[in-house]
Structure formats: structure tokens, C-alpha cells
Design a protein around this ligand. Sequence first.
Ligand code: FRU
Length: 470
Amino acid sequence: MKKWTDMQRNARYETYSSQTLATLQAQQANSLWHLHYHLQPKSGLMNDPNGFVYANNRWHLAYQNFPYGAVHGLKSWHEISSDDLQHWQDDGVGLQPHAPYSTQGVYSGSAIAVGERCFLMYTGNVFTESGDRISTQLGAWVDADGTIDELATPLISAPPTGYTQHFRDPQILHQNGRYYAILGAQRQDLRGTILIYSAKQPEGPWQFEGPLDFGYESLGYMIECPNLAFVDGKVALIFCPQGLEQSLLEYGNIHPNVYLLADAVDWDHHKLIRPGKLHNLDFGFDGYAAQVANAGTQGARLISWLGLPDTTYPSDGEDWQGCLSLVRELHLQAGHLRQTPVVDALVGAVNSETHDKIDVASVLHFEWPADVEETLYLGNSQEGLELHLSPQALTIKRIETSGVTATRHATLLPEAHQADLYLDASCFELYLDEGTVVLSGRIFPSGDWYLSRPTQNQVQVTSRAMATIF
Ligand code: FRU
């Protein structure tokens, strides 16, 4: 695997030739792991979804991208848009890193529709010569034709006293006639928290309101990517606490993406009203940095990075990394978020039942009774997914070609269940009971996959083809 120095990771895009970019793009397009219906980078590394918004009758989304390799290098936004959240048009590179405020990267941020235009609020990242980080919160207008007009000076030029330069990922909101932004932050005592700012206009001046009281004074050592989602009359706070204490929530990944539900936000006192306990947003292997679009009467949608910070993947050997989840519609069910994938235009005909070979782009539907005790295996002798179903839990064991194995599980009520497992060339997403539990992750097949199950099986399985759109 290629080793990158800091200088190489931060080299200006102009130092690369168009030939280099074309070669990297071809390598991604021709990969065995090139995804059929999940968003992936054209080249290099894709991480957080950014600027997710419904504006001018169309969905707009960007993603964090380092186009020149499978490393967290110099980040820009790559723009895409869609009518149905399933077929996406490539709108090209959006915000690009430049001096003086985003010299070492345009980091994550959000978008809000303001009349015909959109306003972007995002983090500019700079590393000084002595290696210190400087984070500022920047703004830009986007015209209906996609032209970006960056504001010359930061909206917020420094974190408030008592907080470090780990200060990023603003979500801009419009509530009760005022603009608000919530940001991921780190206190001077190295504890993670979320800060609130407010302004009359998107362009500011932005005023510090205080830390958001969400039922915890602080969590872990840093909080990234906070989002408020307005769902079925309640509020979900979705965020990524780094270094979260396992005693507060059991999780299996390097850092979890979590959520809690509250009745409402009390903006005047910067607190959530009756915040509940922490839940995993995704019980799988790779979900992180989810972003929400609050689309008024259309409700809330969520999309997640299927990748993790500080983690390597087999596709790194082909100079690309990362993909995004399907877009999920958010609802509440029995005190939890329900995430239902938007797939109506992607699901095709039922596959023939005469063989157990699994198509690289397919969805398997499972139904099982309350007293089930069964193990199914999808894969080959090199790698695969082992699904163990019991009355109390659903367990997935991921066996990688390298021999590395990992297990994740979700607790079940002892009743009949059903699940949809979306398989794509190098990722999977399992939605239990229409999304009350989600487990997703990456897996990198070396060859064909087959479904094996016991002869006396209690689980009904049907499979459908999924569209190839990428
Ligand atoms: C989360 C994150 C954000 C940051 C971005 C940089 O994955 O670390 O906090 O803005 O990625 O790419």
C-alpha cells in the first residue's frame, strides 16, 4: 500500500496532471468492487456526505473527496444532484481548498435553501507551519444554476474561549425566524461537546449561544458531524462522539455514529427538551458521519458514509476508498428511529430460485418465525457474511479475504421478523423490520458468492435484482 507523507497528502491539486486523474478514475471504474447502485468516489477517497438539501425541486448533495488517492488528503466537495435520491447526476467539483482559510482542506458542512439560492456553511481547515490546526466556519451562496460565490471572510473566525481548534462540521438551520448552527467541538479539558450559534441572516453576524445541553455535559474527547433531524413531531440529535465511553453505549467500531431523541429544542436556553438515551444509528461495521436533509413537508432524509476514520480497506490497493449508504427516510417507531431506504426505482424482478448463486447487485428478503435458530452463509470459501438468527438477536459475522473476522449484533424481540439485505459489489446494508435496526458495512469479494443454509430451514428467502446505475 502506498505510504503518504504529510507533504504529499496536502499537495495542491494543480500539481497533478489530468492524465493522473484519468488513470485513477479508470482504475475506480474498472474495479471488481465498483458499486452498481451506491454512491462512490470517481477517484480517490470519499468520506462525509455534505450540503444535503432539497432546493428548487431537486435534491443536492456533496461529498468530501480527496481525488488523488485512498488517503485523507486535501479535501474538496464533489457535487451531485437527483430527482429521486436514487439516480444521481454528477455536477463536478464544488468547494475547493485554497488560502487563506481552507488551505489544507474544505471540511464538512451543510446547506440550507434560501429562496432560489442555497447557503453553504462549512469548515475551513488550515495547518500552520508548526503543525497547529486552525478551524474557521465559512459561508458561500449557490445560485440556482450551481454557481458558487464564497464569502471573503469567515462567518465564525475562531472557537469561543474554553474550546480547542477541533471545532467543525456546522449544520445550519432556520427555526422561529432565526438561523442557528450546531457544531462539533472539543473543550479545553479535551472533552467532546456540541456548540450553538445564531444569526439573523445566514451571512451573520453569528453569535455564540453556548454549549447544547443534550442530556450529557460532554462525551468522549471530540464530537464530529452533529445533525438535528425533525422527525414525526420529535427531534433526533445524530452525531459521532469520538472516544465514547463503552459504559454509556456498547459499540464495535473505532467510533460510533449515535442518536438520541428529544421532544423539541429550546433554542432560547440552548437545550433539548426531555432528551432520551443514546442509541446506535447503525449496528454494522462502517457507518459514520451521517448527514440529514430536513425537507419540510417531505420529511427528513439521511445518508451516511460507509467508511470509518483511521481505517484501511482492500480498495486502498486500487487507490480509492469509501462509499455512501442508500438514502434513508426517517420516521419514529416505538421510541426509536426507523430508517427506510429509498429504493423504489432500483428494485427489479424476482431472481430465479433454481440456483443459490448471489448476484452482485441484489436484495435478499428474509422472513423468519419467533422461535428461529438458524445460521445462513453468504459468500465463498474466502470471504462472506454469516447471519445467525435466534429469538433474542441477529448476529452478523464478517469474514474478510485476509482472514480477519468481526461480529456485530442487534437485540431482537422474540417475535417473527423480516429483513432486507441490499448487496452491492463491495457493500451491504441490512434493514431489519423495515429499518428499525440497520447494520451496514463494506466487504470486498474475491469471486462469486453463494447462499448456503440448512436443509431443514425456517427462514424464507427471496431475492430480487437491483438496478445498475453507476
Ligand atoms: C468526519 C470528519 C469531519 C471533517 C471531515 C474531514 O469524518 O473528520 O469531522 O469535517 O471528516 O474530511
